[in-house]
Design a binder for this molecule. Structure first.
Ligand code: PLP
Length: 254
């Protein structure tokens, strides 16, 4: 029987990011997805026009049903929308032992805000995370440190671990350079994962895809470092193969 990944994420109707894309990643990796929608968005492959967080009590109730029912092997949390939903998810998952991958989504690449409130509101989720996967801006906003280079990535990763995350992967896609270098840090030390930068605008939904790949690998039994390494290679390959599907940004193949 396939393991189950529980995804808490926003709904991007273009399917390029969020829950729809994460479910597709799970399917190709042979993992069963259960999903709770945290926010609805009005969005296409080019832009995000509107975000409507789902009622926090409904999110909590849905999660309570799922965690009481299914054997959860890993949890992936993406866009949560607002502080109330973040708190509801943290409370509902308090008894879930499965490793939790937190992609602390704050803003779309188009610039639209995807989180209404202070990033400090993610604290209860960070405290539960086996791994947090911020991009440069998310790492800087949550840690209140400058993340301009490798030392900045390192300092932000240490800060995030200080907030309770077991490990941090501070992604380097938004830092300059011909190589994209993601910095992973856990209790045992650090790992850098690099891939050649693909020229042009990055495809839509890369952060979601990486977190989903990691959650799938964990659900299938990989240790965290192996899961991160595998997921990084898979995302790099999917970025190379991304194609324009709609009128906006390229979308990743599944
Ligand atoms: N929409 C949803 C539901 C998301 O979860 C995300 C990113 O995590 C986005 C949009 C933004 O994706 P991108 O930054 O690739 O535009």
């Amino acid at each position: 029987m396939e393991p189950v990944v529980l995804i808490c994420a926003g709904l991007d109707p273009s399917g390029g990011a969020g829950l729809l894309a994460d479910v597709a990643t799970c399917a190709v990796r042979g993992v069963r997805a259960a999903g709770v929608v945290t926010a609805l968005t009005e969005q296409d492959s080019a832009r995000t026009y509107r975000v409507v967080p789902v009622d926090a009590a409904l999110v909590a109730a849905q999660l309570a049903r799922i965690v009481a029912d299914l054997p959860i092997a890993a949890v992936q949390i993406g866009m949560v929308g607002d502080a109330k939903v973040a708190q509801a998810i943290a409370s509902a998952l308090a008894q879930v032992a499965a490793p939790l991958v937190l992609d602390p989504v704050l803003r779309a690449s188009s610039g639209a805000s995807l989180f209404d409130g202070d990033p400090d509101a993610l604290a209860p989720l960070l405290a539960r995370a086996a791994l947090v996967t911020p991009n440069r801006d998310e790492a800087a906003r949550i840690s209140r440190l400058a993340v301009d280079d490798r030392d900045g990535q390192r300092a932000a990763a240490a800060h995030l671990r200080g907030l309770g995350a077991g490990a941090a992967l501070v992604k380097g896609g938004h830092l300059p350079g011909d190589e994209v270098v993601d910095l992973f840090q856990d209790g045992a030390g650090e790992l850098t994962l690099s891939s050649p930068r693909v020229p042009g605008d990055p495809p839509h939904g890369t952060g979601c895809a990486l977190a989903a790949e990691i959650a799938c690998a964990l659900a299938l039994g990989a240790p965290l470092r192996a899961a991160v390494t595998t997921a990084h290679a898979r995302l790099a390959d999917r970025i190379v193969r991304a194609r324009k599907v709609g009128r906006g940004r390229k979308l990743l193949p599944i």
